[in-house]
Design a protein around this ligand. Structure first.
Ligand SMILES: Cc1cc2nc3c(=O)[nH]c(=O)nc-3n(C[C@H](O)[C@H](O)[C@H](O)COP(=O)(O)OP(=O)(O)OC[C@H]3O[C@@H](n4cnc5c(N)ncnc54)[C@H](O)[C@@H]3O)c2cc1C
Ligand code: SF4
Length: 459
């Protein structure tokens, strides 16, 4: 319990910049068994653990840390971790831990928080290597649930429904399951085999997965409602926010997820929606969040000539995870702070050649810094490709209104405290309900919605 006084928080090893920017493989190395034990032994086993409270899944973090830290009992740690979390090897990799569990760790006050995320991922990977698998119910119940979408909210809901023995049919319009885990978040943060492995376990457990099937187009929503005991909507939020500046759709501009999805499709050797080649080009990404970092770092790997991030606030207001910002910086990305685009400059053929910019000043007024344009501060920057990463709002398929499913003013599906939409038997969670958020929040929604569905079906 006093180990934190003698053992320092280990920084997780990364592949060298030169090596990792040549490919889209993960940059972080997994902790070894010895490192897991040593790092976990730093946990002081707080009576009221802040890490557990801050984790959206309320994982029993000190329990699994104790199992591995005190007893090197990897099996128990695996089981506890996989109980409250539908995919610990995924959240351990992609959660912004500095803003969640690790940010609230009691040791984050001078000693360095426990490396919770890295331990979480490594415990599961170690278990898989030693033949452990997530457990599902052998009994089958004569009830079925349709799930629309296959992102983390849906995978989570499916996991807890399958664990209870309910039949689950999942509809996904893309070629592969996983939502943004598969077609958004780049492989250098999470390799695609990790997601496919989880999905395959669900299929082994009885999940009926229908890919290339868009609900509302290939199959009617009413058909799902009529043939299942409940429906869960995990539609995501992929509608990109616009900059609302001139020429923002010119040749050479692209929206962040379209860009990232195309790179992923290229790697899967799938048909591209819209190709954009950034090799030997000057790439400018507008936005300062995690999605922007993903586009910047992907452009580096796609051999862009220069890669620049434009952010309208200052460096300290960057909304994303600090580790992703640091990774982008290390990988050679240029950052231009307090810079707002005024319009996209195009040539006579209508292709992007740069951006007219304005400087901004930020001042602390209220909860968030306000941004003001500095008069007469116009300047230009060259660009061959401009990627907009300005956040997302939920898409609104027409079948929602047609079926009396209420939407709020932000375009998100309205649910009550129990994940129920305004249509009886239809539930929703993840980004389509809360707006663009995080994998772990989608996972928590899916888990709680599944629990509510089971309760409402008296199971
Ligand atoms: C580029 C990027 C990077 C990100 N990085 C991180 C990160 O590092 N860490 C983190 O925690 N979060 C990250 N996020 C956020 C995270 O990916 C999302 O919050 C999360 O994926 C939301 O899960 P979801 O299940 O609600 O929706 P999604 O993952 O968006 O999945 C929704 C799925 O539903 C399918 N679908 C929609 N409509 C239909 C229909 N009518 N019929 C059939 N299928 C349909 C879609 O094709 C999609 O596959 C990132 C987001 C982006 C865009
Ligand atoms: S799920 Fe995310 S927030 Fe929760 S313990 Fe794991 S890494 Fe931390």
């Amino acid at each position: 319990m006093q180990d934190f006084l003698t053992i320092e928080r280990a920084e997780i090893k990364k592949r060298s910049v030169t090596e990792r920017t040549k490919d889209f493989r993960e940059i972080y190395e997994l902790l070894s068994k010895d490192d897991i034990k040593e790092q976990a032994s730093r946990c002081i086993q707080c009576g009221d653990p802040f890490c557990h409270n801050k984790c959206p899944l309320h994982n029993f973090i000190p329990f699994w840390l104790k199992a591995v830290g005190a007893r090197a009992d990897m099996r128990t740690a695996f089981q506890i971790s996989n109980e409250s979390n539908p995919f610990p090897e995924i959240t351990g990799r992609v959660c912004p831990q500095d803003k969640l569990c690790e940010g609230d760790c009691s040791l984050n006050d001078g000693y360095g928080s426990i490396t919770i995320g890295a331990i979480e991922a490594a415990v599961s990977e170690n278990g898989f290597r030693n033949g452990l698998k997530p457990l599902f119910s052998a009994k089958k119940i004569d009830k079925s649930v349709a799930i629309v979408g296959s992102g983390p909210a849906s995978i989570s809901a499916a996991t807890y429904l399958l664990r209870a023995g309910v039949k689950v049919v999942m509809y996904e319009r893309q070629n592969r399951a996983g939502g943004l885990l598969t077609y958004g978040i780049p492989g250098f943060k999470i390799e695609k085999e990790v997601i496919a492995r989880r999905v395959n376990w669900l299929v082994e457990a009885g999940l009926e997965l229908k890919t290339n099937t868009e609900v509302g187009k290939d199959v009617a929503f009413s058909e799902l409602v009529n043939s299942h005991n409940a429906v869960f909507l995990g539609l995501g939020a992929e509608l990109p926010n616009r900059a609302n500046i001139s020429n923002e759709t010119a040749n050479g501009t692209i929206m962040a997820v379209d860009f990232l999805r195309n790179i992923q499709k290229k790697q899967f050797k799938e048909k591209l929606d819209k190709d954009i080649n950034v090799a030997n080009k000057n790439v400018v990404v507008v936005g300062g969040g995690d999605t922007a970092m993903d586009c910047l770092r992907s452009s580096v790997r796609e051999n862009a000539k220069s890669v620049t991030c434009l952010y309208r606030r200052d460096k300290f207001s960057m909304p994303g995870s600090k580790k992703e910002f640091k990774n982008a910086l290390d990988e050679g990305v240029n950052f231009l702070y307090n810079a707002a685009p005024r319009d996209v400059i195009i040539n006579s053929e209508g292709s992007v050649i740069g951006l007219n910019m304005q400087k901004t000043i930020t001042s602390d007024k209220g909860a968030r810094q306000s941004v003001e344009i500095v008069k007469g501060s116009d300047f230009k920057i060259d660009a061959d490709v401009v990627i907009f990463a300005l956040g997302f709002t939920p898409n609104i398929p027409t079948f929602l209104a047609e079926n009396g499913i209420d939407i709020n003013s932000r375009g998100a599906i309205v649910v009550d405290n129990f994940y129920r939409t305004s249509k009886a038997g239809v539930y929703a969670g993840g980004d389509c309900m809360r707006g663009a958020a995080l994998v772990v929040m989608a996972a928590a929604d899916g888990k709680m919605a599944a629990a509510q569905i089971l309760k409402d079906l008296s199971l």
